[in-house]
Ligand binder design. Sequence first.
Ligand code: TXA
Ligand code: MG
Length: 344
Amino acid sequence: MVRIVRATLKELEQAVTALRDGELVAFPTETVYGLGANAQNPAAVRRIFELKERPADHPVIVHLDNPKYLHRWAREVPDNAQKLAARFWPGPLTMVLPRSENVHDVVTGGQDTVAIRVPSHPMAQQLLTAFGGGIAAPSANRFGRVSPTRAEHVREEFGDSVRVVLDGGEAQIGLESTIVSFEGEQVRLLRPGFVTYSQLKEVVGDVIIGAGAGAPRVPGAKQSHYAPLTPMSIVPVDEIDKRAETLSEGGRRVAVLAMRLPLKTYTSVTWINAGRRPDSYAHDLYSNLRALDKAGCEQILVQDVPSEEKWTAIRDRLARGAAVGGAAAESDPYTETGGYSVLP
Ligand code: TXA
Ligand code: MG
């Protein structure tokens, strides 16, 4: 379906006025929807934390329309950051860099670094250009929940408490940006996303995976990030039918997210076939989880996904979604193997 993704002048004007008034504006990006505030207005940024019920020590990403403004926000820009910016911006990459003095503590969680991204979504670009400054924005969901990939998801999360929600259609990618940090020129991959480890390596040579021991703040380190409300577990590929059948015995409602159709029809099982293509699987993942969450089921069973690189970001989000309430909460972040445990 072709969709016009540019905002009207009136929409833009409303959004820019809201930002200048210190209000929040939800806007589409190519990854997920963001909940934005004027990054130079600490009170406005604080409202994001209040509305999301997000702890103050979780810093937010500053969005810019052009890499040329990087120096206003980062006091040092390593050569490798320049190279990554040239290759992947505008796009789904966030870089954590030493912050410049004028970046507010509320944006950085008091850390000495700031996360920056130049999104490619035309409506995000329009908004940033019209506003003429940095927009601080986390994903537009309540803390720890599934990120929104459509404007209606944002309304579901926040109702009318966000003055302006720009509707740019479905997010093209559907998963949050890849996040990297730097120790000098050394690049560290903190959160996997559409830009893969191999793609980063092609540009900078060497990339370390996962947060370092002394790292102050790991993106989504809290394992229960990106979680539906219904308990979710990962099931080995060949066992998904059997598990759905046994679990739904006696009419218990079960939700399934699989890569194929069920082998037969099970009453009381809501089954989504998300297919075998990583891009479309990712694109639909959060909508699918929202839909399954609403199906009134006791459990969401997710058929395990392949371990090839194109599935890494998907595996990461599924693992976090499945970790809710588990002993793993607040433990190991992303690891090379995908930090993944499949149900025995
Ligand atoms: O695709 C995305 O990145 C979306 C869109 C809206 O841009 N944004 C997003 O924001 O996913 P959020 O806040 O949900 O996730 C950003 C992550 C957080 O886990 C945060 O802790 C981390 O980035 N982060 C922000 N600033 C950081 C910093 N200075 N150092 C380390 N991690 C940082
Ligand atoms: Mg988020």
